[in-house]
Every structure is written in structure tokens, then in C-alpha cells.
Write a protein that binds this ligand. Structure first.
Ligand code: FAD
Length: 239
């Protein structure tokens, strides 16, 4: 059987000098019926890279005879133990879901590091406005864990009832609102639009599907008068 190919994505990542690593599955457990957490040995991945909140890698997921790169967030990366977890938001028609469900201890997957970076806003904002969903919840939890007492208001979109049981690293001063995904994300946009908060001095971090993310950035700028520099936004998946 020919080796699955990385195709055009592989060439691009190589041209940008992405660094390749191999992860080995240690363990897997369901957090909910729609979230699967895998633990990995990281090999050399964490040996030279400083760990930062929202840190992510490109996993090369098998899809037929091809490999497709998909971004996943490192959960509790531990450079000393050379381990990390990754939480997969499970959904239909997803090669990543298929791979994660079938993964067993000893299985390997390649990961490329390219593009992950993080800087805290300077000076500290008076508070954070965070909008995401189950795909970005691992990144959001890594942010919430390091807010050092700065208050945050968080909106999370759910698609399955049990999504709301997912752990959120909310310290005192963090207000979390779960919003059901309706009208391809329009329900979440409307909820944030109607929340009527004062955004002065705050920093927003937004990561939903690409379209919803764009619309939320528009709301934060137009309705809440947030400067573009006070908004960090990235589409996490394509609807
Ligand atoms: C920086 C970054 C970090 C990320 N971290 C994580 C993470 O830790 N955990 C995680 O689960 N995801 C994470 N994501 C999102 C993940 O990369 C995408 O969801 C990706 O599309 C998953 O690939 P797939 O094989 O599941 O589906 P694809 O082959 O990309 O798409 C197949 C189908 O699934 C649909 N789909 C894709 N994602 C979702 C979703 N979340 N909900 C509903 N339908 C979907 C698509 O619209 C399409 O119809 C991250 C994305 C980014 C950019």
C-alpha cells in the first residue's frame, strides 16, 4: 500500500519550515459523549518549544489515501514528562473524529508546529470578553487558567446538550453563559449583541466557526466600539 500523502498542504508547511514531530497515543477517555480526550507521549515536541496558552499543533489526520492537516490545542502540555492531552470535539463527517475514536495506545500521529504563538495584551485589560465553542474550549481553558484575577465574561456555543457539562476553568469573577448553536451561529452573535455590557478597557478573544467569528468581530467593533487591537480573533473551523 502506498504511504498516505500530505499533498499540497505538505508542500506549503515544508516551505514555511514547519517542524515535524511524532506523537504516540498513551490513553483515551470520553469526557462527554461528544468530547474525547487522548493522552500522548510527545517525543521531542516540547523539548525546545516554550509552552504558552492556546498552544496548538497541526495533526496529520488520515482521510482515505491522503493526510489532512487539522489544528488541535495542547491540553496540559508537560515538557518534563514529555506528555500532552488533546480534546477532540466529536462530530459527524469528521476524519479527526474517526481517527480519535479508533485510536489505541501505541498508535502514532504526526504533528507539525507552525503558526502557534501568543502574547498577552499590554497593559493588562480591565477584563476579558471570550467567545468560543467546544472546539476552542481547550484553548479558552488554557487562557482562563492564567488570567491572574482579571475578570472574564465568557460565551460558549453548544451543539449537543452534554456540551454544557464540559469543564470550564472559571475562577471567581468569571461569568460563563452557554448558548445553543442556532441558525449557523446567528443565535450566539445575537446573544452577545444584546448582552449590553460596557467594553471599555477590555480585551476580546474570539474563536468560533469562521463565519460566526467574523460576525462577532463586527459586533465588538461596531456595537461595543472595541478597537481592532483589543480583539484577538481566529476562525477555528469551517461550517
Ligand atoms: C488554532 C486551532 C486550534 C484548534 N483546537 C481544537 C481542539 O483542541 N479540539 C477540537 O475539537 N478542534 C480544534 N480546532 C478545530 C479543528 O481544527 C476543526 O474543527 C477541524 O475542522 C477538525 O477537522 P475534522 O476532521 O473534524 O473535520 P473537517 O474535515 O475539517 O470537516 C468535516 C466536516 O465537519 C464539520 N466540522 C468541522 N469542525 C466542526 C466542529 N467543531 N463542529 C461541528 N462541525 C464541524 C465541517 O464543517 C465539515 O462539514 C482548532 C482549530 C484551530 C484553528
Amino acid at each position: 500500500m502506498p504511504k498516505p500523502s500530505r499533498g499540497f498542504d505538505g508542500l506549503v508547511v515544508k516551505a514555511w519550515r514547519g517542524r515535524d514531530y511524532r506523537l504516540t497515543v498513551r490513553d483515551s477517555r470520553y469526557v462527554t459523549d461528544h468530547c474525547l480526550r487522548l493522552s500522548f507521549d510527545t517525543g521531542e515536541l516540547l523539548d525546545h518549544l516554550p509552552v504558552h496558552p492556546t498552544m496548538w499543533v497541526r495533526l496529520w489526520i488520515p482521510n482515505g489515501r491522503k493526510l489532512q492537516q487539522r489544528a488541535f490545542t495542547l491540553v496540559d502540555p508537560d515538557p518534563r514528562a514529555r506528555t500532552t492531552d488533546i480534546e477532540f470535539a466529536l462530530h459527524d463527517g469528521s476524519p479527526a473524529t474517526e481517527w480519535a475514536r479508533a485510536a489505541e495506545p501505541g498508535d502514532t500521529i504526526d504533528a507539525t508546529v507552525l503558526g502557534t504563538r501568543f502574547t498577552w495584551p499590554q497593559p493588562d485589560p480591565s477584563g476579558y470578553l471570550i467567545v468560543g465553542d467546544t472546539a476552542s474550549l481547550p484553548a479558552i481553558n488554557s487562557l482562563l487558567a492564567e488570567l491572574n484575577g482579571i475578570p472574564a465574561r465568557v460565551w460558549l456555543e453548544w451543539q449537543h446538550e452534554d456540551d454544557q457539562k464540559l469543564p470550564v476553568s472559571a475562577a471567581p469573577g468569571t461569568e460563563v453563559t452557554w448558548v445553543q448553536r442556532t441558525d449557523a451561529g446567528a443565535g450566539l452573535v445575537k446573544t452577545v449583541e444584546e448582552a449590553a455590557f460596557c467594553a471599555r478597557g477590555r480585551h476580546a478573544w474570539v474563536a468560533c466557526d469562521t463565519k460566526t467569528t467574523r460576525r462577532l468581530v463586527g459586533v465588538l467593533r461596531d456595537r461595543y466600539q472595541l478597537d481592532r487591537k483589543a480583539i484577538t480573533a481566529m476562525g477555528y473551523w469551517r461550517p
